[in-house]
Design a protein around this ligand. Structure first.
Ligand code: FAD
Ligand code: NAI
Length: 462
C-alpha cells in the first residue's frame, strides 16, 4: 500500500494547483485523475478550448469588419473548420502536457483512474488502495440538465459538444444567456450561424451590473445574436439532424417554438461527486449537492478537504486555484486565505466583460452610500484607433471614504484591465489612489484611471 501525506482527487485547476503547492511545501503528494489527460474541465473541455475558438473567430470578425477600414484590402479569410478544431486541440494538448511536466518536476504521482474514499485516510483507485494523511476532493462539476431536454451531444449539445461540432450549424438555439451561452453563441455567430439565445430571466448574464447587462445585450445584438428573454424552455424535440425548442413566455404564458440544427444547453453546472462514496463516509452536503466545508476547506470528516466547483462559490477556474493553494497551506500547517470579496469574473466575448466586487444593484439593496465613476472608451485614444470604443469602465466607491467597492468593465481587454482594480481592492485602496497613479499613454488602462478620476473631481477626456 503506497503512503502519501496528501492525495488530491481531481486534476482540474483546483486539484492540480493544490497538488503542486502541497509538493512545494514538502508533502509527499499524489493526484488521482480518471480522464486521459490532466487539467480537468478547464483545460480539456472548458476555459482553454473555448478561448481558442473565441480567439480564432475574433480574428475572422476583425478581418471581415475592420481590416478594410485600416487599409488592409483583399479577400477575407475563409473558414477551415477541421483546421480550427485541430488548432483548438493543439492548444489543449500543450496545456495538459504542461501540467504533466509540472507534476514530474514536483515529483507528484499521477494515480490514473477514478478514485473513491472507502474510509478517511484511504483512497482507492482501481484495485489499489493508497494511504494519505490528508485527502483533498477537487472533483469539479458537470453539466446541469433541464427537464424535458435530453442532451445527445450531436443535435442537442452541452458546452462539451458545442466545442467539437462536426460542422458549423446554420441555425443554433442557445438555451441560457449566461457565460457559456454568450461565449459559444458568439463563436458560432462569428462563423456565420444564425444564433438565437433563449433566456428564462428578463436580462442576460444574471447577477451582473444592470448597466453592463444592457450595453452588453445591445452590442451582441449588433453582432447578430438574437435574444428571447423571459422565456421558460419546456422541451426540446430532436431528430438526427434537427431540433425544435418549445418555450413559454413568462409574461403571458404563450407558447412558441424555434427550429434549429443544433441546440446548446447552457443553463448552468452542478457539483460532481459521483462514485467517491461520500454518503457512506457521512460527508455533509448542501441541498445544492455541494460538499460543505468550513473557511479552511475542511469537511466535517477529519482529514478530508474539498475545493473548487464541488463546493460553494462561483464556478471559476481561478477561484478553484486560489482554494487549491490555500487548502495546501492549511494542510502544511500554515495559514491559507482566499478573499471571496475580490474574485474577478470575465466573459471572453468581444468586447470582453469583467467585474469584481459589488454591483450597483447590490449596493442599493444594502443601503450603502456610494458614488459612481464612469468613463466611456469613446474617450480613450487607443480604443478609438483600434475600433474598440464601444463600452465603459464603471467604478463604485464609498461616498464617504472613497474606498473602491466594485468595478464593472465592458470594453477591450476588460479581462486584463480588471486586475489593477482587484489589486487596489486587496490593498483597501481609494478611487483616488488609482486616479493618482500614472498610467501609460496610449493604453486602454487609461480608461480605468479616468473612471477613478470620475469618482473625484472628474475625468479629463470626457
Ligand atoms: P474540474 O476542472 O471540473 O476538474 C475536476 C477533475 O476531477 C476532472 O478532470 C474529473 O475528471 C476529475 N474527477 C472527478 N471525479 C473523479 C474521481 N472520482 N476520480 C478521479 N478523478 C475525478 N472558468 C474560468 O474561470 N474561466 C473561463 O474562461 C472558463 N471557461 C469555461 C468554459 C466552459 C465551456 C466550461 C464548461 C467551464 C468554464 N469555466 C471557466 C469554469 C471552469 O472550467 C471551472 O470552474 C474549473 O474547471 C473548476 O475547477 P475544478 O478543479 O474545481 O474542477
Ligand atoms: P450560467 O449560470 O452562467 O448561466 C445559465 C443561464 O441559463 C442563466 O442566465 C439562467 O437564468 C439561464 N436558465 C436557466 N434555466 C433556464 C431555462 N429553463 N430556460 C432558459 N434559460 C435558463 O451557466 P453556464 O453559462 O452554463 O456556465 C456554467 C458555469 O461555468 C458558470 O458558473 C460559469 O462561472 C462557468 N463558466 C465561466 C466562464 C468564464 O469565466 N468566462 C466561461 C464559461 C463557463
Amino acid at each position: 500500500m503506497a503512503q502519501y501525506d496528501v492525495i488530491v482527487i481531481g486534476s482540474g485547476p483546483g486539484g492540480y494547483v493544490a497538488a503542486i503547492r502541497c509538493a512545494q511545501l514538502g508533502l509527499k503528494t499524489a493526484c488521482v485523475e480518471g480522464r486521459e489527460t490532466l487539467g480537468g474541465t478547464c483545460l480539456n473541455v472548458g476555459c482553454i478550448p473555448s478561448k481558442a475558438l473565441l480567439h480564432a473567430t475574433h480574428q475572422l470578425h476583425e478581418a471581415e469588419h475592420n481590416f478594410a477600414k485600416m487599409g488592409l484590402k483583399g479577400k477575407s479569410p475563409s473558414v477551415d473548420w477541421p483546421q480550427m478544431q485541430s488548432y483548438k486541440q493543439d492548444t489543449i494538448d500543450t496545456n495538459t502536457k504542461g501540467i504533466e511536466f509540472l507534476f514530474k518536476k514536483n515529483k507528484i504521482d499521477w494515480l490514473k483512474g477514478w478514485g473513491s474514499i472507502p474510509e478517511a485516510g484511504r483512497v482507492k483507485v482501481g484495485d489499489e488502495v493508497h494511504e494519505a494523511k490528508s485527502i483533498v476532493i477537487a472533483t469539479g462539476s458537470d453539466v446541469a440538465t433541464l427537464p424535458g431536454v435530453e442532451i445527445d451531444e450531436k443535435v442537442v449539445v452541452s458546452s462539451t459538444g458545442a466545442l467539437a461540432l462536426p460542422k458549423i450549424p446554420k441555425k443554433m438555439v442557445v438555451i441560457g444567456a449566461g457565460v457559456i451561452g454568450l461565449e459559444m453563441g458568439s463563436v458560432y455567430a462569428r462563423l456565420g450561424a444564425e444564433v438565437q439565445v433563449v433566456e428564462f430571466l428578463d436580462a442576460i448574464t444574471p447577477g451582473m451590473d444592470g448597466e453592463v447587462q444592457k450595453t452588453f445585450q445591445r452590442i451582441l445584438s449588433k453582432q447578430g445574436l438574437g435574444f428571447t428573454l423571459g422565456a421558460a424552455v419546456q422541451k426540446v424535440e430532436a431528430t438526427k439532424t434537427k431540433a425544435k425548442v418549445t418555450y413559454k413566455l413568462r409574461k403571458d404564458d404563450s407558447e412558441h417554438t424555434l427550429d434549429a440544427d443544433v441546440v446548446l444547453v447552457a443553463t448552468g453546472r452542478k457539483p460532481y461527486t459521483d462514485g467517491l462514496g461520500l454518503d457512506k463516509l457521512g460527508v455533509e452536503m448542501s441541498d445544492r449537492g455541494q460538499i460543505k466545508t468550513d473557511d479552511q476547506w475542511r469537511t466535517n470528516v477529519p482529514g478530508i478537504y474539498a475545493i473548487g466547483d464541488c463546493i460553494a462559490g462561483p464556478m471559476l477556474a481561478h477561484k478553484a486555484e486560489d482554494e487549491g493553494m490555500a487548502a495546501a497551506e492549511v494542510i502544511a500547517g500554515k495559514h491559507g486565505h482566499v478573499n471571496y470579496g475580490v474574485i474577478p469574473g470575465v466573459i471572453y466575448t468581444h468586447p470582453e466583460v469583467a467585474n469584481v466586487g459589488q454591483t450597483e444593484e447590490q449596493l442599493k439593496e444594502a443601503g450603502r452610500n456610494y458614488k459612481v465613476g464612469k468613463f466611456s472608451f469613446m474617450g480613450n485614444g487607443r480604443a478609438k484607433a483600434n475600433f474598440a470604443a464601444d463600452g465603459f469602465v464603471k467604478i463604485l466607491a464609498d461616498k464617504d471614504t472613497d474606498r473602491i467597492l466594485g468595478a464593472h468593465i465592458i470594453g477591450p481587454m476588460a479581462g486584463d484591465l480588471i486586475h489593477e482594480i482587484c489589486v487596489a481592492m486587496e490593498f483597501g485602496a481609494a478611487a483616488q489612489d488609482l486616479a493618482l497613479t500614472c498610467h501609460a499613454h496610449p493604453t486602454y488602462s487609461e480608461a480605468v484611471r479616468e473612471a477613478a478620476l470620475a469618482c473625484g473631481d472628474g475625468p479629463i477626456h470626457m
